[in-house]
Design a protein around this ligand. Sequence first.
Ligand code: APR
Length: 233
Amino acid sequence: MLNLELNPQKIVVFTGAGMSAPSGLATFRDNGGLWHQHRVEDVATPEAFARQPELVLDFYNERRTAACAALPNAGHRAIAELERSYQVVVVTQNVDDLHERAGSTRVIHVHGELTKARSTLDPALIFDIGDKPIRLGDRCPKGGQLRPHIVWFGENVMRMEEAVAHFLDAAKVLVVGTSLSVFPAAGLVEYAHSEAEKVLVDREIHRRPEGFRVLQGSADAVLPSLVRDWCTD
Ligand code: APR
């Protein structure tokens, strides 16, 4: 792996659904998770949207309502607090805006964002919709049906090159609440610098990426003390 000069001030935080679980939002693969309640093929693929657009729109309307009603937890706030001492880039697989609402100012959503809609005619047409639903018949100015600005299975993830670049020179890489089971996003951990400090926080330990110190526990319980340690280094 390309080993660039480390930036001692930079921290990359890579998060997944477990980051938002303490805020009451369902994960995907835990017991009772979203993929235990819905078949991916029915709600999270372009084919599903073509076949049953209202079912797909309603699935994301429900998730948008839940995400906008949720509150950032102590883990989100701890990550935002890191910005007082470091250059922090959050790369998240999550599509909620809890990192932003906790105060994080640099957040890269590689799987999209629930609070945005996109034209099916022109993918460059992206609209902030907040907590509003997307209905069949909601169209962009060019007449294209609006869809969730979410990466479905089989679609390209977003801003990966930008995310990789941040992993390459970060002095600290913190991975929180992800099963590391969905690629290419999960492959980002391989770009961590060999000399970087690497920490993985998860309620259960599924994988131990090489060189990572593992802290088992809930994100909202573990992160505040880890951040206190880092900010008093
Ligand atoms: N604190 C920390 N980790 C937690 C907590 C918690 N309170 N609760 C659950 N976890 C951990 C689980 O142990 C698991 O490792 O969060 C992870 C959740 O894994 P997934 O449900 O697979 O979620 P994620 O890794 O984000 O999925 C990646 O898959 O379906 C796609 O696009 C979807 O972005 C998602 C991607």
